[in-house]
Design a protein around this ligand. Structure first.
Ligand code: FUB
Length: 734
């Protein structure tokens, strides 16, 4: 018999448990926890021996996806418990992970009474191999399995991360030995990671080693060397996955030095790590403020994109939905659009006092259809720039051009010595890297936001911003100025300007730029034209008005792709209350016969080609009447938006959907309609409309109905409310 119990309701009623404060010692929670899952698989026997200590629960997020990256979360118990999976950290760490779109697996493991070390890590590795082996069954993405844990669970999580490939710690629990137990990232919450350092390096070790003696099965004194086998720190090597560490400054159970010591050793070995010392944090108490939980999920998100290979589908605005992205330079290389944005990294201080523009690396994205985007991962990181300050977080707007078969990536950064910004370059044979960062900055370029034009005759010009716009010709090596810089903004109206972009069309040169045209205002996009790349430029007008969302900056680029021109720019769609966490958008741009630019109105619909069978996010509407739009998940804005139909007549239209040659037979809607609703669906080219009756359902669910209208070819889709009320995530025709 299959030993899987599927509970559709994720509300746990653990009435028999002793009530403990949320996040308290052991991470135990109040008895009734609303776990933010759509589905729970309970008591999975990951070892196949029907022992309680080998049971595991898996929770899937509320957000619907085909597969989910996984976090294995391990309870804390000083290794004394063999059955705490249903109690620990559910309302804090587990819910934060679920809200961020991670499936969470919570395994039991053998306690120190059941078996001695390394049985505990054998169990965890057995559980990880099981998850990879059964990924399809539970809708898991086996390419990303992270660990997390509190206290002794933090120890096991950290040990799983550092001991990848260590044969003695692998074990054979549950078999599945052809599957990897390596983890892709780890979170350590208050874990003891070096049991030989519990007195924090003091000359005399006064620590009471009782729990670790119980798990090792012999006394610490006289066996100090043998205890090293238990330490996560023993196995650190540069190939370890990234680790994020949280430790309370007043932790009186596991000393705070464990966190900082772990951080120092990982950092020294070149492993990417982040340390959050939580002021006033105890052993669980005061550790789970939203900003800390966010720091954890942000760290995991970053680890995922760093792995590269992430592909996602948008087709609407904003186009980049896996990280914050700003200052987009779009280029066409190898018949694809390559997007080189900067990367806003949310800072830990979420409320009020965020440092601005915290930017430490660059990703590159590519797309063939402006709908499916691939994140190729990080191409340049501040820590690898020989001339740069490795902690300045000043990697602002970049540029990339191709010349003589090489790709030149230019980026601003704070130099190691001196003030202000300089511009450096990195060179690659491919648009997505690997890029070789040049040892020195470009001499003579002090400023930000480089833009480069390689002209039809092969001559290249660089323009940058720094007290106005300056420009110079580049030598053939693309790494040195060929002559003194000239000023280029002399004829432009007054007001702050930055982010210049140069391009050529029909023999004319365009210098486009963000401009604060009114005192106290925000940036619009403006431009000038010239017959020469280095000017003089004549001011011509506005390309795009100030952001309707109040985003102060608006950096951009303009590119021709497959016969159409596109404006890439940014707003702050995923961060409505803090406009320094931005997101790249794209809309079409057009030209008048005299070459002047037709003003671009920002749209939600964007430019991506979408098939009727795609999940059409109608909240990225082309037109709206009465209906409103809100975030799907207030704790994870990257989950996107939903449309709210509150009263009859509320309506949205979503343009340019390709129904192809074969009319669809059914329509699917991801909806929530607590009191029921009737929605009317109209497809512009079809003769009849279709009314879909939604029964009362307060949970998100996919409703499926036969679709009668004969819809073919490129059409606009309109959804309107006839009665009741409903929230719609997406609609799809199959
Ligand atoms: O992203 C940091 C800075 O904000 C850029 O360099 C400017 O152009 C503005 O977008």
């Amino acid at each position: 018999m299959k030993k899987i119990l599927i509970l559709l309701s994720c509300l746990l009623g653990a009435a028999g448990l002793q009530a403990q404060p949320a996040g308290g010692f052991g991470g135990f929670q109040m008895p009734k926890i609303d776990v933010h899952c759509s589905q729970k698989f309970a008591d999975i026997d990951y070892a196949g021996d029907d022992q309680v200590y080998h049971k595991m629960d898996i929770y899937l997020p509320r957000m619907q996806k085909e597969t989910y990256p996984v976090v294995v979360h391990i309870y804390g118990s000083a290794w004394y418990s063999n059955n705490s999976k249903g109690m620990a950290d559910l309302g804090t760490i587990v819910n934060a992970l679920l809200d961020a779109g991670y499936a969470v697996a919570t395994p039991n493991h053998r306690s120190s009474m059941d078996a001695k070390f390394p049985a505990q890590i054998h169990d965890i590795k057995g559980a990880i191999r099981f998850l990879r082996a059964h990924a399809a069954e539970y809708r898991l993405d086996p390419s990303f399995v992270a660990t997390s844990g509190f206290s002794s669970g933090g120890h096991l999580s950290s040990l799983a991360a550092t001991s990848g490939g260590v044969a003695e710690l692998e074990g054979e629990v549950g078999g599945n030995l052809s599957f990897s137990s390596r983890v892709n990232a780890a979170c350590d919450w208050s874990g003891p990671v070096d049991l030989n350092y519990m007195s924090c390096g003091a000359a005399e070790d006064t620590w009471n080693h009782a729990p670790e003696e119980a798990v090792m099965g012999f006394s610490y004194k006289g066996n100090e060397e043998r205890f090293k086998a238990l330490n996560a720190t023993t196995y650190i090597d540069p190939a370890d996955p990234p680790v994020v560490i949280f430790h309370g400054t007043v932790d009186n159970v596991v000393p705070c030095c464990q966190g900082s010591h772990f951080y120092e050793l990982l950092d020294k070995a070149g492993v990417r790590t982040e340390l959050y010392l939580v002021e006033g944090g105890g052993h669980g108490m005061n550790m789970y403020a939203e900003k800390n939980l966010r720091a954890m999920t942000n760290f995991l998100d970053k680890a995922r994109v760093e792995k590269g290979g992430g592909t996602f589908v948008t087709g609407t605005n904003p186009v980049i939905t896996n990280i914050f992205s700003a200052d987009p330079t779009a280029r066409v290389f190898e018949d694809k659009i390559y997007l080189y944005p900067s990367h806003d990294i949310p800072t830990v201080n979420w409320n009020g006092d965020q440092p601005w523009f915290c930017m430490s690396d660059y990703h590159v994205f590519s797309s063939e259809d402006l709908t499916h985007w691939t994140d190729h991962g990080i191409i340049v990181d501040q820590k690898d720039v020989p001339w740069g300050n490795p902690t300045a977080n000043s990697m602002w707007a970049p540029e990339c051009v191709q010349k003589n078969g090489k790709y030149y990536f230019y980026f601003p950064n704070a130099p190691k010595s001196g003030r202000g910004f300089a511009v450096g370059a990195a060179v690659s044979d491919k648009p997505y890297g690997p890029f070789e960062i040049q040892p020195t900055q470009l001499q003579g370029v002090m400023g930000i936001d480089p833009t480069v034009l390689v002209d039809d005759d092969g001559a290249a010009y660089i323009i940058w911003s720094g007290m106005g716009f300056s420009g110079a010709r580049l030598k053939d090596n693309m790494l040195e100025l060929d002559g003194a810089p000239v000023r280029l903004d002399g004829a432009f109206p007054a007001g702050q300007k930055e982010g210049p972009f140069i391009f050529k069309r029909a023999g004319k040169y365009y210098l486009t730029y963000p401009w604060v045209r009114e005192r106290g205002g925000t940036e619009c996009l403006a431009y000038g034209m010239s017959d020469n790349p280095l000017g003089p430029y004549e001011y011509k007008g506005i390309i795009m008005k100030e952001s309707p969302t109040g985003c102060w900056t608006n950096h951009h680029s303009i590119v021709e792709y497959k016969g159409e021109w596109y404006l890439f720019y940014h707003h702050n769609d995923f961060s409505p209350t803090f406009d320094k966490n931005r997101s790249v958008r794209v809309d079409r741009i057009g030209f008048n016969p005299d070459g002047t630019i037709i003003e671009v109105i920002p749209t939600w619909r964007g430019v991506g080609y979408l098939k009727a069978s795609d999940e059409l996010n109608i909240d990225r509407y082309s037109e709206i009447e009465g209906a409103t739009v809100d975030y799907l998940d207030e704790f994870n804005l990257f989950a996107g938006w939903k449309t709210l139909f509150a009263k009859p007549g509320d309506k949205v239209r979503f343009n340019e959907v390709d129904f192809g040659k074969k009319a669809p037979r059914k329509v699917l809607l991801r909806v929530k309609a607590p009191a029921g609703a009737v929605l009317r669906i109209s497809v512009s080219g079809a003769k009849r409309e279709m009314d879909v009756t939604l029964p009362a359902n307060g949970e998100w669910a996919v409703a499926e109905t036969p679709f009668k209208p004969k819809a073919r070819g490129m059409q606009d889709v309109t959804v309107s409310l006839l009665s009741g009320s409903a929230e719609v995530d997406w609609i799809s025709f199959r």
